[in-house]
Design a protein around this ligand. Structure first.
Ligand SMILES: [Zn+2]
Length: 346
């Protein structure tokens, strides 16, 4: 069975909107690979993230990732930046080893998933042991379990010792911020600027545009961050054209990069926002029982037939934002290739 069901509607969508926009080779700065065998039972599996992303795939081998790109972007060559699956239910040691081995096999760059309880020495040893690792992927789920999910701050999952280490080596650090108000939460944006100022050699990437999926999620953040000099923004898993325009307009195309969050964004979906709350509309029955997740809404046929891949929607939003701002072909080349090539040393 094919990994993805690419229908004539999807092919036409790619032809019409994406093929001429995308560079022939591009870099995906944000992918997750892991094997089911790297899952382990964990007492501490209280989930502090949304439920729906976990429903897309039980695992994602590097071969599945490559196949996803081959099916979705038949005319392009894609270089993926690999990392593991940052879940408390994953054996991080095995998963990081698999990422390193896969990166070596396909000549892809990678990030090492660090755990806040690790000593700086242990993180340093692990990253330096494999030249494919360009830095750290950190995640809110690894914050100590006594901290309520809504109260997690960046330093709870990215300790200052790890920041100092990343600064010393000039590593990439990719952050997925926590807290219900997302980027609009002053705790997040104050700490982001603090990290940029205190650790100037880090290549700091804010994942998902700070999880600003609705216009409201921006709050006052960009005003506070208007003098930020280096921080890079990945628009992975974000389809909000307005938010993209705001970030692009403020920092220009040099600090904006493409990513997919595969396997998640290989699902068929489109996003709508109601009262500041995002809702993923998916074809009815395509993902199992989603009734308990308020972010999900099933759309019946025939309307469902017009829902294409989530990643296509993300790229189209970026294209529309680039057009609105009058960006050039060279700017698009930076966003989809050159910026990440420089950041990850490709
Ligand atoms: Zn991700």
């Amino acid at each position: 069975m094919a990994l993805l069901n690419v229908l004539p509607y999807d092919k036409a969508f790619y032809e019409e909107h994406l093929r001429d926009f995308l560079p022939s080779t591009f870099i995906d700065c944000h992918t997750h690979i892991w094997l089911d065998a790297q899952n382990h039972f964990c007492e501490d599996s209280a989930n502090r993230s949304c439920a729906w992303p976990n429903m897309v795939a039980k695992d994602n081998s590097v071969e599945d990732l490559n196949e996803t790109n081959r099916l979705l972007f038949p005319d392009n060559k894609v270089i993926s930046v690999l990392y593991g699956q940052p879940m408390v239910t994953i054996d991080l040691k095995k998963n990081n080893a698999y990422v390193a081995q896969s990166a070596e096999k396909y000549n892809f760059p990678a990030l090492y998933i660090s755990h806040p309880s690790q000593s700086a020495e242990s993180v340093e040893r692990a990253v330096l042991a494999n030249p494919c690792f360009k830095g750290l992927k950190v995640y809110l789920q690894f914050a100590p379990s006594y901290i309520p999910g809504n109260e997690i701050r960046i330093y709870d999952f990215l300790p200052k010792e790890h920041l100092a280490l990343a600064d010393k080596h000039g590593w990439v650090v990719q952050i997925h911020i926590a807290r219900p108000r997302r980027l609009a939460d002053p705790v997040n944006y104050v700490q982001l600027l603090e990290i940029e100022e205190n650790y100037p050699n880090i290549k700091l990437i804010v994942a998902h545009l700070g999880r600003a999926y609705s216009n409201e999620d921006l709050g006052d953040a960009l005003d506070y961050l208007k003098n930020s000099q280096r921080t890079i923004w990945d628009f992975t898993a974000n389809t909000n054209q307005f938010v993209m325009e705001k970030v692009l307009d403020l920092y220009g195309p040099d600090r904006f990069i493409y990513g997919t969050d595969f396997p998640i964004f290989r699902m068929k979906a489109r996003r709508t926002v109601e009262n500041g709350f995002y809702i993923n509309e998916i074809p009815a029955g395509s993902l199992g029982d989603v009734s308990s997740d308020p972010h999900m809404r099933e759309i019946p046929s025939p309307e469902a037939d017009k829902i294409t891949f989530f990643i296509y929607e993300e790229i189209l939003s970026c294209k529309n934002a680039c057009n609105t701002l009058g960006l050039s072909k060279e700017d698009v080349q930076k966003i989809f290739y050159q910026n990440s090539a420089d950041i990850f040393g490709i």
